[in-house]
Design a binder for this molecule. Structure first.
Ligand SMILES: Cc1ncc(COP(=O)(O)O)c(C=O)c1O
Length: 334
């Protein structure tokens, strides 16, 4: 899979003991290096992955090209449309045509799509689509001789909430085709306006032309994490990227409201001016964290610290009121 594919794949491979090969991007095109991807395929390869779009830079992988490899080497191809599935499906109708990314492309065998992102449904109902029933059959599990009766289960998660599924269905019906086309139009327009505005600010450049809803930038004039922290202080909660360093915004309905883009661009211009005037010498929290991360050659240390941090969410013995150094974190789904 391209290195930009979501860590959910690393996690699945870790659970299932599957060796994962991450293919770097071509530094010129910022697309996955197809020659390297081809070379990574062996007789043991069980799946290729493409994102539509990927989380870090918002780029849609060259799905038709990757699908050609899938067909040539007879390997299934999964398209991860978790992030933008409920946008890319409506982009053509919204006036932003895309290259084919789905089962129209020979070689694409499965697609995942998050209903809770641009489908606006509650979390816990995302879907996976298969090209045919044969493939889907492998997901189903059945046990005939259990004393509790004949057991059958369609998904990795066992018990699932009918309440959430009903809420998801209600959301889909409420928005309907017209609703999703309209939200897609506004979100993609907004993403492009932000990209245009950011790319006009001296010192900033786009990591990729936004294909869908994510706009990612970096800087050749200052440490981009300074901008991350400066915008955070103004109330903009963006995402910090690494390898290469960057910052992105995933545009949602909130950003499509009147005046929001203008405010973001104005705040960005102000922050960039201040950073350049401060002579690029601010020690901000995010710059220090990512700077330290880069200096630690053994990344397992960072992973251990991350796991330790997660365990504090569950540790009921911690009295955080007494110890100011223990971070209090709201548990999130991601
Ligand atoms: C591109 C992409 N793929 C997959 C996922 C889903 O990961 P998970 O199933 O672990 O929530 C996300 C969630 O943010 C995503 O952005």
């Amino acid at each position: 899979m391209p290195i930009t594919a979501h860590p959910a794949f690393n996690k699945a491979c870790s659970y299932l003991k599957i060796k994962l090969r991450r293919i770097p991007l071509n530094p010129q095109t910022h697309e996955v290096d197809l020659t390297k991807m081809r070379r990574a395929i062996t007789k043991n390869t069980c799946l290729l992955v493409a994102s539509a779009p990927c989380f870090p830079h918002g780029a849609i992988d060259p799905i038709e090209d990757i699908a050609k490899l899938a067909v040539q080497y007879n390997v299934p191809l999964h398209v991860d449309a978790c992030l933008g599935g409920f946008l890319i499906a409506f982009m053509e109708r919204a006036g932003f045509p895309l290259k084919p990314f789905d089962f129209r492309v020979e070689g694409v065998t499965s697609i995942s799509c998050d209903t809770h992102k641009y489908g606006f449904a509650p979390k816990g109902t995302s879907v996976i689509l298969y090209r045919n029933e044969n493939l889907r059959q492998h997901q189903f599990f059945a046990l005939a001789d259990w004393p509790g009766g004949i057991y059958g289960s369609p998904s990795i998660a066992g018990s699932r909430s009918g309440y959430l599924i009903a809420c998801c269905w209600a959301t889909l019906m409420t928005y309907g085709m017209e609703g999703y086309v309209e939200t897609t139009r506004k979100i993609v327009q907004t993403a492009r306006a932000i990209a245009q505005g950011w790319s006009e600010i001296d010192g900033l450049y786009l990591l990729h032309q936004p294909d869908v809803c994510v706009v990612a930038i970096s800087s050749d004039k200052f440490n981009i994490y300074y901008l991350f922290d400066a915008l955070h202080a103004k109330g903009w909660h963006l995402i910090g990227l690494q390898n290469p360093p960057g910052v992105h915004i995933a545009v949602t309905q909130i950003h499509t409201q009147e005046g929001v883009v203008e405010q973001l661009l104005e705040d960005t211009r102000q922050c960039v001016t201040e950073i350049l005037q401060s002579n690029n010498k601010k020690d901000t929290v995010t710059a220090v964290i990512y700077g330290t991360n880069q200096k630690v050659p053994d990344k397992s240390l960072i992973c251990d610290m991350t796991k330790l941090y997660i365990s504090t969410w569950y540790d009921t013995n911690l009295d955080t009121s007494k110890d100011q150094n223990v971070p209090h974190v709201e548990m999130t789904a991601e």
